[in-house]
Design a protein around this ligand. Structure first.
Ligand code: HEM
Ligand code: CU
Length: 508
């Protein structure tokens, strides 16, 4: 691993570099910046919902803007760029190549992110991250909505460029001594998620373009007043964004495949089933998009097909979880901070998965659709699994990237507080949904159960907020003044770094 922060370098040398670790560093810093920005908006939302009535955010439009930008930021400007950061650092190393296949393209893909982030934040659009028509055509005020659309278009192009780069790097640039069946699972996770991107994103790119021309009044694809069909947008949207959740989660699972064997001091239980499950997930990810649309009046047969298609993802996800548990079984586990975050993420993956099975059972979905149940479910997944896996990996990378060690106690406090907070916020939101509280509301009637549960959720969010402040302090302090890390074995787990291909190819 290259230690680019070991000796101080002027900032522009990193900014104008196309080396994969420098681009990785840029991705890393940008994504963490957006984590804190998007997270602050979450705290604002939760603070407002602490009590019925309007306290902090005084009008509903501002509230809509805040949660639209919150969701857009955390998904597109935190999770995705974070995955690219890790991929940039590790994929070339894992396939034993000197850089990404197209280093300049790689830097260009990164540099599309700051301007899109600026468009999204300066616009502060209000039409939720779904940008659902007809509202997004008829009433979403411009230029905010148009800025959001442009921002997302650029991000889409950036993702596609990044995905092409990963696919070519892995398939074409890997060391000839290594077969594709020996490439570490983290690199496999980038191969599968990049292939999903290449299939899924063009659909949404088309939908956005249609939305834009509809907004300009020159077409009426989704505008009922012009004979268009808003449901068609929902299909195009979910055809991209259901698979996209796998784009978000697959790299996080890949990161856990690095951490769990390392800290269990055992090789991965089943390397091949990991590959198989990645490939399976990427395929079945496309068989389930309409589970977001059970309430839009599909026929019973269509609903059944999508219910079964959704349930097909369960065995694939379960294979990963089984693999993790089997790897830890009888291992000499060392619970350093990265391992705690990974294990916590797996535990919450269980919770999110169980809720997902309920969502996919279409009769049940009719009572939970568009309630806080859904908010609780997807957050358990994005926060509990994906963000936990990402943060785990961040701690894991820290000594390699900075040459210094983070403060272990602060890392553990960060984990424990975030874990408790996540459970308080998102399990409670499931219950709130069962009590019938609709999502995306800025005010609610003073029903005692709703108030109590909203207060628990808000307290949980504040606990996460404080833990993130501890995280920030730890990062800033330790990257400058932390004790020097032993980069051979920073976590003291001993042994050699385990790459699957090495087992069969000991001379390399
Ligand atoms: C402490 C952590 C978080 C809290 C307290 C939080 C809170 C919220 C709240 C209250 C909403 C509005 C829900 C509604 O009324 O429909 C929301 C929406 C959303 N959040 Fe979070 N969130 C957190 C973390 C995350 C993370 C890590 C992600 C993604 C990686 C994320 C993605 C989203 C998305 C996509 C939406 C939907 C926005 C929309 O409908 O336009 N959140 N969040
Ligand atoms: Cu879905």
């Amino acid at each position: 691993m290259v230690l680019e922060l070991q000796k101080p370098r002027p900032i522009w040398q990193i900014m104008f570099s196309t080396h994969h670790t420098d681009v990785g560093l840029l991705y890393l810093i940008t994504s963490l910046g957006f984590l804190f920005l998007g997270g602050s908006l979450a705290l604002a939302i939760r603070a407002e919902l602490f009590l019925p009535g309007a306290q902090i955010i005084t009008d509903s439009m501002t509230f809509n803007r805040i949660f639209t930008v919150h969701g857009t930021t955390l998904i597109f400007l935190f999770i995705l760029p974070f995955a690219s950061a890790v991929g940039n650092y590790y994929v070339p190393i894992m396939v034993r190549y000197k850089d990404m296949a197209y280093p300049k393209l790689n830097a260009i893909a990164f540099w599309m992110i700051p301007p899109s982030g600026a468009l999204i934040w300066l616009g502060f659009a209000d039409f939720t991250w779904y940008a659902t028509p007809p509202y997004s055509i008829i009433s979403a005020p411009g230029p905010a909505a148009d800025m959001w659309i442009f921002g997302l278009k650029i991000l889409g192009i950036s993702s596609v460029l990044g995905a092409i780069n990963f696919v070519v790097t892995i398939l074409k640039c890997k060391h000839p001594d290594m077969s594709i069946g020996q490439v570490p699972l983290l690199a496999w996770s980038y191969l599968s998620s990049s292939l999903i991107i290449l299939v899924a994103i063009p659909t949404f790119a088309a939908a956005l373009l249609m939305l834009l021309t509809d907004r300009l009044g020159v077409s009426g694809f989704f505008n009922p007043a012009m004979g268009g069909d808003p449901i068609a947008y929902a299909h195009l949207f979910w055809f991209t964004f259901h698979p996209e959740v796998y784009v978000l989660v697959i790299p996080a699972i890949g990161m856990m495949y690095e951490i769990i064997p390392r800290f269990s001091r055992k090789p991965i239980y089943s390397y091949n089933s990991g590959i198989f499950a990645f490939v399976l997930l990427s395929i079945v990810g496309f068989s389930s998009w309409a589970h977001h649309m059970f309430a839009t009046g599909m026929s019973f047969t269509e609903k059944t097909v999508f219910m079964v298609g959704t349930l097909a993802a369960v065995p694939a996800s379960a294979m990963h979880v089984f693999n993790f548990i089997a790897t830890m079984w009888n291992g000499r586990i060392k619970f350093s901070t990265p391992m705690m975050w990974s294990v916590g993420g797996i535990a919450l993956f269980f919770g999110a998965g169980a809720g997902g099975v309920v969502n996919s059972a279409m009769p049940l979905d009719f009572s939970t659709h568009d309630t806080y149940w859904v908010v609780g479910h997807f957050h358990l997944f994005v926060m509990g699994t994906i963000a936990f896996g990402s943060i785990a990996f961040f701690y894991y990378m820290f000594p390699y990237v900075t040459g210094r060690m983070y403060n272990e106690t602060m890392g553990k406090i960060h984990f424990v507080m975030s874990f408790i907070g996540t459970i308080l916020v998102f399990f409670t939101q499931h219950v709130l949904g069962l009590y019938g509280m609709p999502r995306r509301i800025f005010d609610y009637p003073p029903i005692p159960e709703w108030i109590a549960m909203n207060q628990i959720a808000t307290v949980g969010a504040m606990i996460i907020g404080v833990s993130m402040a501890i995280f920030l302090a730890n990062m800033i302090y330790s990257s400058g003044k932390g004790k020097l890390a032993n980069t051979e074995d920073p976590f003291g787990v001993g042994g050699k770094y385990y790459y699957p291909f090495e087992a069969k190819n000991p001379s390399h």
